[in-house]
Design a protein around this ligand. Structure first.
Ligand code: C2E
Ligand code: MG
Ligand code: MG
Ligand code: MG
Length: 276
């Protein structure tokens, strides 16, 4: 019986694996045409400082013709593996910069860069060109990179970061604390902001360990002259706790879930009335 069971299980497992693989293959194939077919769009999530909105993070979405909206965590790794992320990332950067010039003048737009995008040859020239043609001042663009980008501590990485710094672009260290956090990065790279990963924020109002970690990250960042943003702030208790400990910026569903470019104007109008 055990043998039969084992065999049966193996068969079911293989079939669902096969279906998954076929779906992934289908997605990968349709990803190749998604850019030309204009299936990508960007949502923007606000960030607040001292109770006021100061900018938005651009978050990429893929409206697949029949599979629905595919989240970036699913298709970006595929796009990276297939060498498509450079082109897609440039599109995001162009769109985001063009949007940002329509916002209040002091607002920033944050754009995520995957490792492949960051390591791409000519990145800094492209960034400069895109800013120039959009007419966005460099200090209003914030590029978010994760620690995985810095894993290879090559001189190239450092050069790219320094060139971006000289250009005037802001650089954030995204998802801080969950992966290969090395304090050496913080000493050697010119970050403007550290974004504390949602993992530590989700229970920060109750969990003493998260509190200890978040307090330390805030102290560390401020000691290095960097700003701190908390990601994934979902309730007023978390927000109050973070503000009291000197966290500079808050981002998360408490303020708003990511929204379309078209809804930003109304959102700003409503939030300015609410804080008046
Ligand atoms: P991220 O840069 O850390 O972005 C924050 C993610 O957390 C977003 O997920 C956002 O929708 C989600 N989020 C924000 N507030 C809350 C909250 O209060 N609660 C919860 N549960 N989630 C919240 P999303 O949009 O699915 O993006 C996932 C990741 O995909 C991003 O993480 C980023 O690493 C990557 N990504 C998104 N857009 C781009 C892009 O244009 N280029 C690149 N290279 N990566 C991107
Ligand atoms: Mg980000
Ligand atoms: Mg993040
Ligand atoms: Mg995160």
């Amino acid at each position: 019986a055990a043998k039969n069971e084992g065999r049966g299980r193996a068969r079911t497992f293989n079939r669902s694996m096969l279906i998954m693989l076929e779906q992934r293959e289908m997605l990968r194939r349709s990803l190749r045409v998604a850019l030309q077919e204009q299936q990508f769009f960007i949502e923007y999530q606000p960030m607040a400082e001292s109770g006021s909105i100061v900018g938005f993070e651009a978050l990429l979405r893929w409206q697949h013709p029949f599979a629905g909206i595919i989240p970036p965590s699913m298709f970006i790794p595929m796009a990276e593996a297939d060498g498509l992320m450079g082109e897609i990332g440039e599109w995001v950067l162009e769109q985001a910069c063009r949007q940002a010039v329509t916002w209040p003048a002091h607002f920033t737009v944050a754009v995520n860069l995957s490792p492949a995008e960051f390591l791409r040859k000519g990145l800094t020239d492209r960034v400069a060109q895109i800013l120039d043609s959009a007419g966005l001042p460099p200090e209003h663009l914030e590029l978010e990179i994760t620690e995985s980008v810095l894993l290879e501590r090559t001189t190239n990485n450092l050069d790219t970061l320094h060139t971006l710094e000289v250009l005037g672009v802001r650089i954030s260290l995204d998802d801080f604390g969950t992966r290969y956090s090395s304090l050496a990065y913080l000493k050697n790279f010119p970050f403007d902001t550290i974004k504390i990963d949602r993992y530590f924020i989700k229970d920060v109002e109750t969990d003493v360990k998260s509190q200890a970690i978040v307090r330390s990250i805030i102290a560390l960042a401020h000691g290095l002259g960097m700003r701190v943003t908390a990601e994934g702030v979902e309730n007023a208790h978390q927000a109050a706790w973070l503000r009291k400990r000197g966290c500079d910026r808050l981002q998360g569903n408490l303020l708003s879930t990511p929204m379309s470019a078209e809804s930003i104007h109304d959102f700003l109008l409503i939030s300015s009335l609410a804080t008046r």
